[in-house]
Design a binder for this molecule. Structure first.
Ligand code: HEC
Ligand code: HEC
Ligand code: HEC
Ligand code: HEC
Length: 251
């Protein structure tokens, strides 16, 4: 085999790999995306090929007091995560309410402990798959800690109150107040939906409207704005030029 043939054989391998990931184009929806658990080679697929079933079920859904469990079909984390903390943070984060809303749901797979395929196998018998999985490393919280991750679980406008939602920083002279964060009226820079505000992506928790994982990510790969030439991180504004960060931070 000469060098040229070896190279083209390699490019076929490279092509088929990139084709698998081409399916994860931004805004294409959840089917075929990184959150379609049936596409992982070697992992247990849903017996009926359902996509939503790894997270939702039409019947026998999880219930847990008043917390947000949208027909949830997955084992939930019970961990009390250590929140982000610094001397300069203004946000108040109570570990007991930090995970309210979507964040808790995300951590039912991204905690690195609960198996990704731990969902109702079929709704009629209510049993759950409890097998191990091979979905890659989805873990985010090493040692039950979210202390090295962007803060979540705080009342957004308690931090940003009085600031503008666009343009120049606020002018408050209150001690310690961060004038360089926009209020929740801010829009996501570069999102096709020009009406979507940060407020619409906050969760109305017991403390008020809190920031969650879903304030930056769209789990269903439908409302996100990732640059199609870069990795699709399901972001509500592109990573390019840090448009996501600049949607909220005036920097
Ligand atoms: C990987 C997990 C996952 C999969 C797969 C998934 N969802 Fe969701 N879904 C969530 C989470 C988490 C929420 C909570 C709200 C949020 O984070 O945006 C949610 C919320 C919802 C909601 C209520 C709130 C809203 O945003 O509209 C509906 C309806 C919904 N999902 C439908 C679906 C359907 C239909 C499918 C399959 C085509 C699906 N989901 C697949 C995780 C998932
Ligand atoms: C049913 C399990 C499950 C749930 C629930 C879930 N995810 Fe995932 N997620 C995965 C898996 C599996 C991957 C792929 C991990 C890997 O292979 O590295 C993934 C990947 C991701 C990625 C990386 C995308 C990329 O291209 O690298 C992001 C971002 C993400 N999830 C965010 C979320 C958020 C935010 C939520 C909640 C709103 C959530 N996920 C809920 C299973 C889940
Ligand atoms: C302030 C916005 C923001 C919040 C809040 C946020 N993320 Fe992310 N996340 C990002 C960005 C941006 C990336 C892309 C990677 C990068 O730029 O370093 C990312 C990447 C990821 C990835 C894939 C890469 C990795 O490091 O594993 C996962 C999984 C993920 N996020 C899950 C979550 C979950 C779960 C939560 C809630 C506990 C969350 N994110 C909260 C902005 C955020
Ligand atoms: C949806 C709005 C939003 C987005 C998007 C966002 N942030 Fe934040 N960020 C906040 C808020 C609100 C705080 C809390 C600030 C405080 O309490 O001082 C914060 C806190 C922080 C802090 C900690 C500040 C401290 O005093 O310790 C850093 C650093 C930070 N963000 C960087 C980023 C980066 C980098 C990105 C993009 C990857 C990003 N943020 C995206 C709203 C956002």
């Amino acid at each position: 085999m000469n060098k040229k043939i070896v190279l083209s054989a390699l490019s076929i391998v490279a092509l088929s790999t990139s084709m698998a990931f081409a399916l994860t184009a931004p805004r294409g929806g959840v089917a075929g995306s990184i959150h379609d658990m049936n596409q992982y080679p070697g992992a247990t697929k849903d017996s009926q090929g359902r996509v939503c079933a790894f997270c939702h079920t039409p019947h026998h859904a999880a219930t847990d007091g008043n917390d947000y469990l949208p027909l949830w079909s997955h084992v939930l984390p019970t961990t009390s995560y250590v929140p982000y903390n610094t001397a300069t943070i203004d946000a108040t984060i109570d570990p007991s309410t930090m995970m309210e809303g979507p964040s808790k749901l995300c951590m039912s797979c991204h905690d690195g402990a609960i198996a990704v395929d731990t969902h109702y196998s079929t709704t009629d018998n209510g049993s759950k798959h409890l097998s191990g999985d091979s979905f890659g490393n989805a873990a985010l919280a090493e040692n039950a800690s979210l202390s090295n991750d962007h803060p979540i679980g705080f009342v957004f406008d308690a931090v940003a109150a009085g600031n503008p939602d666009t343009g120049a920083p606020g002018t408050s002279t209150e001690k310690g107040k961060d004038n360089y964060i926009k209020t929740s009226g801010a829009k996501y820079d570069g999102n096709l939906d020009t009406t979507m505000t940060v407020a619409s992506r906050l969760y109305n928790g017991s403390q008020g409207a809190i920031m969650t994982c879903a304030t930056c990510h769209d789990v269903h790969n439908k409302k996100n704005a990732d640059d199609p030439t870069k990795t699709n991180y399901l972001l509500l504004a592109p990573n390019t030029d840090s448009k996501l960060c600049l949607s909220c931070h005036i920097k």
